[in-house]
Write a protein that binds this ligand. Structure first.
Ligand code: ZN
Length: 162
């Protein structure tokens, strides 16, 4: 017999999984779904919307984070939990850290995703590599001019941490 808490987690994960399945069945996009929950209540849910919205950042997790922040009118999702049908890619993992979600529950692993053609290992490999050895060229220019905005921010009364 599962504990009540475990059943709750499974319930929300099944929602995420259901979103991922329906997305494929309805030809809406990739097999990924996510749900954000606060105090046992669903705040936001979304499937992957990359191909239907022409937005390469519209992964299920990012789309769900955007919805949740809009709904709660905040940029800080402390106190919320994300259920994602697949282990987050580096972009979504970063977004989850930035939004301060409390816990990540995931179902499929990143190697499960790699097996069906969604391989994000190359991004992890790139991050680990020195900039000059990366496949994507990264070129620094005009640091001095860009610093002006940083200096303004540093003394701005609007300065808040996030
Ligand atoms: Zn992602």
């Amino acid at each position: 017999m599962l504990k009540k808490e475990d059943r709750e987690h499974q319930k929300f994960m099944r929602m995420a999984i259901s979103l991922s399945k329906k997305n494929v069945e309805n030809y809406k996009g990739g097999p990924f779904g996510a749900v954000i929950v606060k105090e046992g209540r669903v705040i936001a849910k979304s499937a992957n919307k990359v191909t239907t919205t022409n937005d390469p950042t519209a992964h299920a997790e990012i789309s769900t984070i955007r919805q949740a922040c809009k709904k709660l009118n905040t940029f800080d999702l402390t106190g919320c939990v994300i259920y994602t049908s697949c282990e987050p890619c580096p972009m979504c993992l970063g977004a989850i850290y930035w939004s301060h979600l409390d816990i990540i529950y995931y179902a499929n692993t990143k190697s499960d995703a790699a097996e069906i053609g969604f391989d994000d290992q190359f991004i992890y490999d790139e991050i680990d590599m020195p900039m000059e050895d990366r496949k994507l060229p990264v070129v620094q220019i005009l640091r001095n001019e860009a610093q002006e905005a940083f200096k303004l921010w540093d003394v701005s009364p609007m300065k808040i941490s996030y």
